[in-house]
Each structure stands twice: as structure tokens, then as C-alpha cells.
Design a binder for this molecule. Structure first.
Ligand SMILES: [Zn+2]
Length: 217
């Protein structure tokens, strides 16, 4: 695509809405259907820059930098609905109470847009404590038997899923790399053998002629 503007093509996991210049978590940051569980790291108050100008706001920061379904966990501006939910959940909204607590977020599609009065998406806090998500433990690496650890910006669960899909077994990043190299070496070997065979067939010394009839065998 060519325009006179300087655009950068998004690839892979990058998504629309992610590049907007907001310092704060927005509904666009959360994958459809995901309800991220985040740990409150701190409570903040001050002038924040919004599309409509600067306003004094309450803000929550979180311990997690990224969780499944959220590429980048940014601080959350706390509106009055969410402030009420926090009070309901934990009894009060004091820093000493809230820091270290886990909350479950979801995207509410029926939030009144303060700018145009229409409906928009907004982040809400579930009015119940996060349910412990029962997940199968991540299997160990089939090749080295070690625990699969996060690598290349992907968590262990993602790596296990990816390698099962591509190699049929869960692998750590190092073993997946080895298998990839082995596969490409085997391919090169195969090509070399095919080339050698072709060479042999074309080699005049290998052409046998029937001494009686003179026919090429
Ligand atoms: Zn391994």
C-alpha cells in the first residue's frame, strides 16, 4: 500500500487500536471474550490527559505487564461505577486494602459515551472475586524433559501450544529450535542425495552396454 503518509504495517499479534496514543487501558486493549485477572499494584490520583482534555482521575496500576488476551497492561482510569464495585468487593477503597488484590476485568459493550451520548465499550470490574481459572498445567518439553519456560516474548503455555501444533509434541524454545535446524538439515541432505543420484545416472561410466547387442541396459 502506498500513501504519502508514513505508515507502519502491523504484523502478527499487533492489532488495530493498540497503537492509539493512550497511556491508559482501554476496551481495545482486551481481546474479545477475555476477562483478564490483574493484581492491583498501586492507587494513583491526578490530572490525566483524555481525548476531551485534562481531568483529575483515580488510576489503578497493575503488577502484570502482559496477560493472555492483553498485549500491554496499562494503568486503568477508575470511573465511579468501578469505584463502587471495588468498595463492594473489598469493603472500602483504601490503598492499604486494595494493593495486592486481584480483580477481574471485562468489556461492557453498553457504556454511554460521554462525548456523543451513544453507546461505546468500557472496561468494568466484575463484582466478584476472580474465579481461579482451572487450567491444565503446561507439560514439560518432550525432548529435554525440562520445564517449558517463557521465551521470545511468549509464555510457556503459548510455546507448548505452538510446538504441539507444529511438531506434535510440547517443546521448550531451545529444543524447538534444534528440531527446526534438524528438519532443515535433513532437507538439505535429501537434496544432496537426490543430486548425487542424478549425477550417477548421468555418469558415462555407469552406463552399461550389453556386449552382445550393444544395447544400453
Ligand atoms: Zn527442551
Amino acid at each position: 500500500m502506498m500513501t504519502k503518509d508514513r505508515l507502519r504495517q502491523l504484523t502478527g499479534d499487533e492489532r488495530l487500536g493498540q497503537m492509539r496514543e493512550s497511556e491508559y487501558l482501554g476496551a481495545e486493549d482486551i481481546d474479545d471474550g477475555v476477562e483478564p485477572v490483574l493484581t492491583i499494584a498501586g492507587l494513583w490520583y491526578g490530572s490525566v490527559t483524555l481525548q476531551r482534555g485534562k481531568e483529575n482521575k483515580d488510576v489503578l496500576s497493575f503488577t502484570e505487564e502482559r496477560v493472555p488476551g492483553v498485549m500491554q497492561v496499562r494503568p486503568l482510569i477508575v470511573n465511579s461505577t468501578n469505584r463502587k464495585t471495588l468498595r463492594k468487593l473489598f469493603g472500602d477503597a483504601k490503598a492499604s486494602t486494595l494493593v495486592g488484590k486481584q480483580i477481574q476485568l471485562f468489556v461492557d459493550h453498553n457504556v454511554r459515551d460521554p462525548q456523543d451520548g451513544g453507546m461505546t465499550d468500557g472496561i468494568r470490574i466484575r463484582p466478584y472475586k476472580p474465579r481461579v481459572q482451572k487450567q491444565e498445567p503446561v507439560p514439560p518439553c518432550t525432548d529435554c524433559g525440562q520445564e517449558i519456560t517463557p521465551a521470545m516474548g511468549k509464555d510457556a503455555r503459548w510455546l507448548a501450544g505452538y510446538t504441539i501444533k507444529h511438531y506434535g509434541v510440547p517443546l521448550c524454545a531451545a529444543c524447538a529450535q534444534k528440531r527446526k535446524e534438524a528438519a532443515s538439515a535433513a532437507e538439505t541432505q535429501q537434496e544432496a542425495e537426490t543430486a548425487a543420484e542424478t549425477q550417477r545416472e548421468l555418469d558415462p561410466e555407469h552406463i552399461q552396454v550389453d556386449p552382445e547387442t550393444g544395447e544400453v541396459l
